[in-house]
Design a protein around this ligand. Structure first.
Ligand SMILES: [Fe+2]
Length: 426
């Protein structure tokens, strides 16, 4: 049977009013479509489970040998175009990497101090009104997450040649062109403003449980996502490729606390302090194909008809021992990083932040993803431009607007060509 004769799927381009009813309808239709392709959901899931299981065992073996699970790539090799082929292959296999020395350590430390000076000059701690959302906690009255978007350090990093080279290298790991469509431009990033985290020495933090940021129920329910994950539902699961950008840059995401309006090839951050691997750092399940497992698991018969293994709107997509014990075995932390290193993970990759007690040293990062230019990102750019010019919080984030009256925020005349291109100003 060809895919064109399979039953079509119902879709919801905005959050369905009755979630339970929509889940029941979507699941039944997905199950029916898989059955019509001549395979059972169990068979399709078993293919994915075997593929992911191989990777889990490979990762467990690497850990036992005392090897780094996370690929570590030197920025100098990216700049010179000399990243070893086996390292590029490992990056595709793991879906995450540390890029050593993306910036000079002194530069990153100066940026960290620059952010402290910026918020202190503008009396941020005196004015701080508490977290604007409940996703990240805070330490005492001083936040860990600074809802600050337009400091010179952030903008200098976002529009730097070094950041552009790394983003381009990462974007090129994806297949950006297929069926005569260029889904995104790997050599142009859209400037995506995000926040800063500064976690002080001595901090206790509960961390963040394993989760996904790429979507929630919309992953099964919008037409663009049904197209993007088509191979999981049409009997051709062997062709599913987590690096295929086809239809990934079309879709809206249902609104929620971690909603991201743009398409990101990789989520990422720039280290502004040295961080040891055992001080409450980022972990991933370094298997991009695990996404197929997450997408198919709720369709198995042991999950209630109106249940998606805990996924719902307005909460992060949870990954846990109850539904995904195989995946949890592969959870792997970053190695020690130094200020100026950048850390990246494929936007479908499951991630978590480990808890820490009495943290040694600072844990400071600025979030800067790789978000290549595409229609979806171009559509978000005007609101970013307006927020930049007004000093507003970007529309993906709580409306806190601390920087509106801060006179020393980064100015339009300080934008270089990369910055202007990223904001769609040329
Ligand atoms: Fe996240």
């Amino acid at each position: 049977m060809t895919t064109s004769t399979l039953p079509t799927l119902p879709h919801w381009e905005t959050t369905p009013p009755d979630l339970g009813a929509a889940i029941r309808e979507a699941k039944a239709a997905l199950q029916e479509r898989i059955a019509a392709s001549g395979r059972t959901v169990e068979e399709v899931f078993a293919v994915v489970e075997a593929r992911v299981g191989e990777r889990v065992e490979e990762i467990e073996a690497a850990k036992e040998r005392g090897e780094n699970v996370w690929p570590v790539i030197d920025y100098a090799d990216i700049a010179a175009g000399t990243v070893p082929a086996e390292m590029v292959e490992l990056l595709r296999r793991r879906g995450c990497a540390v890029i050593r020395g993306t910036f000079e350590r002194e530069q990153a430390l100066a940026w960290d101090q620059g952010i402290v000076d910026y918020v202190e000059r503008n009396r941020f701690f005196e004015d701080y009104r508490g977290p604007g959302d409940d996703f990240f906690g805070s330490v005492g009255s001083r936040p860990e997450i600074y809802p600050v978007y337009w400091s010179s350090p952030q903008m200098e990093a976002r529009q730097s040649d070094r950041m552009a080279a790394v983003q381009s290298f990462l974007n090129h790991r994806w297949t950006s062109e297929s069926d005569g469509v260029q889904w995104f431009d790997p050599d142009r990033d859209s400037l995506y403003p995000d926040r800063i985290r500064r976690r002080p020495p001595g901090a206790d933090s509960g961390g963040l449980g394993a989760h996904l940021d790429v979507g929630t129920l919309d992953l099964w329910m919008t037409q663009a996502n049904q197209e993007a994950f088509r191979h999981l539902f049409d009997g051709s699961v062997e062709q599913y490729d987590p690096w295929d950008a086809a239809h990934r840059t079309d879709g809206p995401q249902y609104p929620g606390t971690t909603m991201c309006s743009v398409f990101r090839t990789f989520q990422g951050w720039t280290a502004l302090s040295d961080m040891a691997h055992d001080q409450g750092v980022l972990h991933t399940v370094p298997i991009p194909e695990a996404m197929a497992y997450l997408m198919l698991r709720p369709l198995l018969p042991d999950v209630a008809e109106d249940e998606m293994c805990g996924v719902t709107v307005n909460q992060v997509f949870p990954v846990n021992e109850e539904w995904h014990p195989l995946l949890m075995r592969a959870l792997s932390g970053i190695p020690d990083v130094r200020a100026g290193d950048t850390v990246w993970w494929h936007s479908d990759v499951i991630h978590a932040v480990a808890p820490v007690q009495d943290q040694q040293g600072w844990g400071n990062v600025m979030y800067i993803p790789a978000a290549p230019w595409c229609p979806r990102n171009e559509a978000y750019a005007p609101s970013v431009r307006e927020a930049f010019l007004a000093g507003d919080s970007p529309s993906d984030f709580p409306e806190e607007h601390y920087e509106r009256n801060w006179p020393d925020r980064f100015k339009a005349e300080q934008l270089n060509e990369t910055g202007r291109r990223g904001l769609g100003m040329m």
